[in-house]
Design a protein around this ligand. Structure first.
Ligand SMILES: CC(C)(COP(=O)(O)OP(=O)(O)OC[C@H]1O[C@@H](n2cnc3c(N)ncnc32)[C@H](O)[C@@H]1OP(=O)(O)O)[C@@H](O)C(=O)NCCC(=O)NCCS
Length: 180
């Protein structure tokens, strides 16, 4: 059960700095051992800030961004929209990013954020839905599999001079993501 004071709301441009920091902190802790230490140690606090600002400023109506707040502090976020070019055929919607701060993982926040993101994609007609995650990330893979995601692809993605091995999960029907 999500914590009672949890609030899921649409993200706004003023969230860019704090969401970017949550993004970086979650990588540094949750991805330790999954990607090279040098990559994590080289991540700057504002690594994702401009991307977040651009996402908000694009005014693209197909974008869906939600943040999870507890006592006014951003503890997680999810961003989605039209599937990127490398999506498996037929998958028109994508959750680009889903992160929950490590100290709040396992409290139902990821589930609540993913539900909000999926509802936004359904409203925009962006189903089937794809989500890419690290191939060697048992926690996120277990999470997506528990929600009925099927493995539909794999890729090697260049990132900061390294190559990340990623796996795609797909949902032909958004119902398992939207319910609950
Ligand atoms: C993956 C992540 C988003 C999940 O969010 P979370 O808030 O920790 O997960 P929740 O507490 O909402 O879990 C929801 C459900 O998934 C299940 N689940 C979570 N982790 C699981 C695992 N490793 N294996 C199986 N089921 C799992 C939970 O049991 C829960 O089911 P329940 O409600 O029936 O008990 C979060 O842990 C995270 O940010 N991890 C680091 C970053 C990352 O890997 N992001 C995904 C890459 S796109």
């Amino acid at each position: 059960m999500p914590t009672p004071d949890l609030r899921i709301r649409r993200g706004v441009i003023d969230d860019a700095k704090e969401a970017s920091r949550a993004h970086t902190d979650t990588w540094r802790i949750s991805y330790r051992g999954l990607v090279p230490d040098a990559l994590l140690d080289g991540l700057k606090d504002d690594r994702w800030e401009n991307g977040w600002r651009r996402g908000f400023e694009s005014m693209d109506p197909t974008r869906v961004v939600h943040v999870a707040e507890i006592d006014g502090r951003i503890v997680g976020f999810a961003g989605g929209g039209r599937a990127r070019a490398n999506a498996p055929p037929g998958y028109v919607g994508e959750v680009y990013a889903l992160y929950v701060r490590p100290e709040h993982q396992g409290e139902g926040i990821g589930r609540a954020l993913l539900k909000a993101a999926a509802e936004g994609l359904v409203e925009r007609g962006l189903v089937p839905i794809v989500i890419w995650t690290l191939f060697d990330n048992p926690a996120s893979r277990g999470f997506y599999e528990s929600l009925g995601g099927a493995v539909i692809g794999e890729k090697r993605e260049p990132f900061e001079g390294y190559e990340l091995h990623e796996v795609a999960y797909g949902w032909l029907d958004a119902a398992p993501l939207v319910k609950g």
